[in-house]
Design a protein around this ligand. Structure first.
Ligand SMILES: *Cc1c(COP(=O)(O)O)cnc(C)c1O
Length: 377
């Protein structure tokens, strides 16, 4: 298959970039002894799990489904954290997980005995803490926002019997560098270190942009090593995005061009269905070969094919006028896309293609009517 023969729309995930990212993560693990696991929430393309498994020792889940995928297909350690579990979730999770992290003291108390009396495998119990410190600017992604429901604040732990707690977990970062982690860890130590004595591990959550070019690996290693040696605890990191950063594109085509003041172009893909963070974050994805509006000769407003008025990707300019059937390549579309996309309006899900080490393309999956039908009743 050549690039022009790829089905449109499709995600193209590049094994070579995955390898490059994984090598960076391997370096951190080898140097520090910290353990890095994959957050399935961000990237769960199981076709490439065997490749990721060569470097990462496990996964973290936020639901029974993710935990099962981690156990059955990825292998290694399975961690789970969710804002709340039901009785049925706990029943299903116990045979699947190695670490189970609770979001509140009440959930911890409710399920603690049941976890401890589970005999098939030892399960490590963790608590998610809310250090009330984060540098995330977007409220939608800030777990330390006022009134946040995520994690246990320091004052809620006063008088709580932590003797059966094996670890603490925090997740307060989003696409950030290690200087943010360093400041966060300082706050965590300031507020919580009097409670560390019975613990075995500490999970620094996700949001570490470790595979980004300007990421300060030295600082990350220093923070992990320092923390481990000060407290004698095993550190875990559970990034999602860092594994698949820049490892995939979304390829779509021009379906219609409606000349006028805004020069509207309709594509065969959708912001809301196929790259929802464009609207949620919001952010402007990079398109290969395109510029800011007005920067190049021909400017268009690119929109999706659902009926949502705001299904707009943004304004972009091109050297040549766009023509029907032209292919556009959206950068950095492997993470938080396939795991979030929908069939709103009945639009097809993009096909999934793997670009191999050799550069050749392999069609991994196409979705059709059945996918749409089977999610409804
Ligand atoms: C989302 C999330 C992650 C992964 O975050 P990335 O930004 O993809 O690295 C890890 N842990 C928890 C608890 C999360 O909610």
């Amino acid at each position: 298959m050549t690039f022009d023969e790829l089905p449109s729309p499709c995600y193209v995930v590049d094994e070579r970039v995955l390898s490059k990212n994984l090598n960076v993560l391997k370096g951190v693990q080898d140097r520090t002894g910290g353990k890095i696991i994959l957050a399935l929430k961000g990237f769960a393309m199981h076709r490439v799990f065997s490749q990721i498994r060569q470097v990462l020792g496990g996964t973290t889940a936020s639901s029974v489904n993710e935990a099962r995928l981690g156990r059955e297909i990825f292998g290694g350690e399975v961690h789970c954290y969710a804002p709340a579990y039901s009785d049925a979730d706990i029943e299903e999770l116990l045979p699947l997980v190695d670490h189970l992290v609770f979001n509140s003291v009440s959930q911890f108390r409710r399920y603690h005995d049941q976890v401890r009396s589970f005999e098939e495998r030892p399960i490590s119990i963790g608590l998610r803490i809310n250090p009330e410190y984060s540098e995330v600017k977007t409220a939608l992604y800030d777990p330390c926002r006022a009134g946040s429901r995520l994690g246990i604040r320091r004052n809620e732990l006063d008088g709580v019997d932590l003797s059966s707690v094996d670890g603490f977990h925090f997740h307060t970062m989003c696409e950030q560098n290690s200087d943010t982690l360093e400041r966060t860890v300082e706050k965590v130590e300031e507020r919580f270190s009097d409670l560390f004595s019975g613990l075995k591990w500490f999970n620094f959550g996700g949001g570490h942009h470790i595979s980004r070019d300007d990421y300060d690996i030295e600082c990350l290693c220093r923070v992990i090593e320092g923390f481990q040696s000060r407290h004698g605890l095993q550190v875990y990191l559970e990034p999602g995005e860092a594994i698949a950063l820049n490892a995939g594109t979304l390829v779509g085509s021009v379906l219609d061009i409606v000349p006028g003041e805004s020069n509207n172009v309709i594509l065969d893909l959708s912001a809301t269905a196929h790259m929802p963070d464009v609207l949620e974050m919001p952010y402007r994805p990079v398109i290969q070969g395109a510029g800011e509006p007005g920067e190049k000769a021909h400017t268009y407003q690119l929109g999706g094919l659902t009926c949502l008025a705001g299904d707009q990707i943004g304004d972009y300019s091109f050297d040549q006028p766009l023509k029907l059937g032209d292919r556009l390549v959206f950068e950095d579309m492997a993470h938080y896309t396939m795991v979030k996309n929908t069939t709103f309006n009945g639009v097809h899900l993009p096909a999934i293609v793997l670009q191999r080490e050799s550069g050749s393309y392999e069609l991994v999956k196409r979705f059709g009517y059945e996918t749409y039908r089977d999610r409804l009743s």
